[in-house]
Design a protein around this ligand. Structure first.
Ligand SMILES: [Zn+2]
Length: 299
């Protein structure tokens, strides 16, 4: 079975906070049987003013070091191999581009396949859910999105505000995704998706990676059962073939009690089986749904 996780901040943690021990390690990925771990180049908590491009380059250097240690990378999730772990690269926070359109292609050449248009700050592309802004995608944002579509890069709506989200649903040429987002119906939080947003992502052929952060799952402590509740909610909205994992490991200061790193991901699959999910559906949620999403994106 191929297991895919569509978001972690391990490169940022290793580059900017080397004193902290990452939970995403080669050993943990192997122990969990994770075939593809998407690793984001994160813009950083200071936003557009915090030299996000420089920070992204520092994270690429970390990735190069890891590659020298034997970490593999893939250019598409379909290259995932059972029994092997590889990294897929993404960007979190479009301010990393620092308003330079040509950097979209430059990051694509370095292997990036997804861009989360915002983190929690407004940038030249769009506005985040966090600031309550009603502003839509900006003119530079549409230029970036057209370039991303040309290069086969997924538009990631995690952190994006609602108006920007609906702009993408209505006007972007390709199906958008949410790499690490939960359900607002189960826990209201500005970072969580409403049922209308979830339905729209399903209808557009998009994809949703459920975030493992307890603050988004329950607002208090959380366990694997809570991750499964959010997955099951999306499945009940018709999204069993459009959902998977976006752990946010190494970007969250707390994890579910019984899911503290990639080694514990198989527990989620077991919990889905215990709930009566057929093996085919479990395989989809584990990774095949995300591979199918990329096929729709590239079509
Ligand atoms: Zn995030």
């Amino acid at each position: 079975m191929r297991i895919i996780d569509t978001h972690c901040d391990t490169l940022y943690l290793r580059a900017l906070h080397p004193e902290q021990a990452p939970c995403v390690t080669a050993e943990a990925l192997r122990a969990g049987g994770v075939s593809v771990q998407t690793c984001a180049l994160f813009a950083g908590g200071e936003g557009p003013k915090g030299h996000p491009y420089e920070k992204a380059l520092a994270q690429l250097e970390v990735l190069e070091r890891l590659q020298a240690e034997g970490w593999k990378t893939v250019d598409a999730p379909s290259q995932a191999q059972e029994g092997e772990s590889a990294v897929l690269l993404s960007l979190e926070g479009g301010e990393i581009l620092e308003d330079k359109l040509e950097r979209v292609e430059a990051f694509r050449r370095r292997g990036a396949r997804m861009i989360a248009l915002t983190w929690n700050h407004e940038n030249a592309i769009a506005s985040p859910a966090k600031d309550g802004s009603q502003a839509g995608i900006k003119p530079f944002g549409w230029q970036v999105l057209a370039e991303m579509a040309r290069l086969g890069m997924a538009a990631d709506t995690s952190h994006l505000n609602e108006r920007g989200f609906w702009d993408l649903i209505e006007r972007h040429s390709q199906p958008p995704m949410a790499s690490h987002s939960c359900c607002a119906a189960l826990h209201p939080h500005f970072r969580n998706l409403t049922d209308a947003q979830i339905r729209a992502l399903i209808e557009r052929g998009g994809w949703i990676g459920v975030n493992f952060y307890p603050a988004f799952l329950t607002g208090g402590e959380a366990t694997v059962a809570d991750i499964v509740r959010h997955i099951d909610h999306i499945a009940q909205l018709g999204g069993a073939a459009y959902v998977g994992f976006g752990s946010d490991f190494d970007g969250i200061e707390r994890t579910p009690l019984d899911c503290t790193g990639p080694q514990d991901v198989p527990r989620i699959l077991d919990a889905l089986r215990a709930l009566g999910y057929p093996e085919e559906t479990v395989r989809g949620i584990a990774g095949e749904n995300f591979i199918a999403y990329f096929e729709r994106l590239e079509a």
